[in-house]
Design a protein. Structure first.
Length: 538
């Protein structure tokens, strides 16, 4: 590895550009992720029992490593992802497959390779989300083979000094387990709503994805990363590095001091709310929770969570957060819930997902609404409830009827499908508020898979077609005198915030790390200026 801090042979003042997905700036030496282990030539197996024992030991060591990193992650998405991966590595079927491969004549590393490859192919054949999880199995395979060969675990380096992690892409396990020595991350692939982006934002780590050319840099090259603009500067002088770190420190200190409700410069209120997946994501400084992604609580569950378990999970959040907008389970496509047992579909993003699950399993929504109502009663919280993937006014009406029958008085619909935005006025005749999920609204408006790094330009929330749909919802909200918020990732973009407010949006819900800069930016613009910016943008 090159000497950290010594610029590699790249022209000074070169600039690479990617997508800024987690704000903040950092500078430091690049370290690229260690390559996966190379399998040696197969060995003649003299002692199958010893090979089997080596297989078991490798799987146990990978499982233990993931569990330990899960415990160190301290809760939240990161811990959940690491625990889920540990469960896969600990799967008895996987171990039995590898032991069968040993009995078939393979040595331990090749038996592990064969077992993981077989499981990967099975998942890939199922399509949809499960096919996407197949990449996790590659990551686990590399770890298991490395453990078996006595090689250092591939994945996150530990150089003993702060560095910028560069990778082609980062698996959920790698991103979730990043140590505090990683000061920023840059990947060649990935999209704005990828795991990398969501986890980096959760940690407040500057991050740039879809940055072409980044993996060509040598280890030790000093770069700067701007997680807001997506710019990556290469070949910096020591003075430039020191200046950037100083100004980032100042900026963070300034933002950390920001508090109070969201307001434009002339006092127009805009609620600043949190997006959470569990109570572990709650932070002070916001005005409540604008999106509680309840499906995150149950992603790896094989059994439906009971009414009592759901009441406890919701009450934990309600007791600490006051006002909470609970989204009912958004299962399907990139977030399947195994306990629902839904069959694979040829085109899952356009299939049974979100509220549509209710068409085939109505009891699931009934139990969840019962549990939300009970948790609200028990805690006295101001609980709002909304459904994901609402497409027609009839769907909104049906959901509202069932929620109100349980005493839930603030009932809303997410706007994630263009059809819903186009009939926002009719949706608002049925419900009390709308919350715009720009991640999916972009995906469905632009016919662009939200996980696709090559389509990031279409998924850019500044696209005028998306802004026009947001404006249509806000206009309908104004006419009906009902709130219309944004809870997709776009709400956490401080540059976009004045535009969204100018379009008429009444609340913005985002990862906790985004709140101070959005609050700060809003306070710089009067409502009239926001409206002017919105008129220019749409
Ligand atoms: C969205 O689609 O914008 C949204 C907030 O929901 P999710 O990202 O969970 O699909
Ligand atoms: Mg969505």
């Amino acid at each position: 590895m090159a000497d950290p801090g010594r610029p590699a042979e790249v022209p000074p003042d070169t600039e690479l550009a990617g997508l800024g997905v987690s704000q903040g700036r950092a500078a430091g030496p690049v370290i690229r992720m260690a390559p996966p282990p190379v399998l040696p030539s197969p060995r003649q197996v003299a002692d199958p029992a010893a090979e089997s024992a080596a297989v078991v030991k490798a799987l146990e060591s990978v499982t233990a490593d993931l569990r330990q990193r899960g415990a160190l992650a301290g809760g939240g998405d990161a811990a959940e992802i690491l625990d889920a991966l540990a469960m896969i590595a600990d799967d008895p079927m996987l171990r039995e497959d590898a032991e069968a491969a040993v009995r078939g004549g393979l040595d331990a590393p090749h038996a592990l390779d064969a077992a993981f490859t077989h499981h990967r192919e099975t998942l890939a054949a199922l399509g949809g989300y499960l096919a996407e999880r197949a990449a996790d199995l590659d990551d686990l395979k590399h770890r298991a083979v490395a453990a078996c060969l006595g090689l250092p675990m591939p994945g996150i380096p530990a150089p003993g000094h702060p560095y910028i992690l560069v990778a082609e892409d980062l698996s959920p396990a790698d991103t979730a387990g990043l140590g505090t020595d990683v000061v920023a991350l840059v990947t060649e692939k990935g999209g704005p709503t990828s795991h990398t982006a969501i986890l980096a934002r959760g940690r407040g780590l500057p991050a740039v994805v879809a940055c072409a050319g980044i993996t060509a840099l040598a280890d030790g090259t000093v770069i700067s990363v701007d997680g807001k603009t997506g710019q990556v500067g290469v070949g910096l002088t020591d003075e430039a590095v020191a200046e950037l770190r100083r100004s980032d420190r100042e900026e963070r200190a300034r933002l950390a001091n920001s508090s109070g409700p969201g307001r434009t410069a002339d006092g127009h209120p805009v609620k600043l709310l949190l997006n959470i997946g569990s109570a572990a994501d709650l932070r002070p400084g916001a005005e409540g929770v604008g999106l509680f992604r309840t499906e995150f609580l149950f992603l790896d569950r094989k059994q439906e969570p009971s009414f009592e378990e759901q009441v406890a999970a919701y009450a934990e959040v309600f007791a600490r957060a006051g006002t909470v907008v609970v989204r009912t389970l958004d299962a399907g496509t990139d977030k399947p819930l195994p306990f629902l047992g839904l069959p694979p579909e040829p085109n899952p993003a356009l299939g049974i997902r979100g509220l549509r699950v209710d068409r085939v399993l109505p009891a699931v929504l009934d139990t969840q609404l019962d549990a939300i109502a009970e948790a609200a009663r028990a805690t006295g919280a101001d609980a709002w409830v909304m459904a994901p993937m609402v497409t027609t006014p009839a769907e909104a009406a049906g959901f509202a009827r069932r929620a109100r029958a349980r005493g839930l008085t603030r009932v809303g619909a997410m706007v994630e499908v263009p059809a819903a935005a186009l009939l926002a006025d009719r949706l608002l005749a049925e419900v009390d508020f709308l919350s715009i999920g720009t991640n999916d609204l972009s995906q469905y408006t632009f016919a662009a898979d939200r996980q696709h790094p090559g389509l990031a330009d279409l998924l850019d929330p500044w696209q005028p077609a998306l802004l026009k749909l947001i404006a249509a919802c806000a206009d309908a909200g104004r006419a009906a005198g009902k709130p219309v918020g944004v809870c997709g990732e776009a709400a956490g973009d401080p540059r976009l915030a004045p535009v969204l407010v100018g379009l008429g949006v009444t609340s913005l819900s985002m990862a906790a790390v985004c709140v101070p800069s959005v609050r700060e930016e809003l306070s710089q613009h009067s409502l009239e200026e926001c409206r002017e910016l919105a008129a220019l943008a749409r």
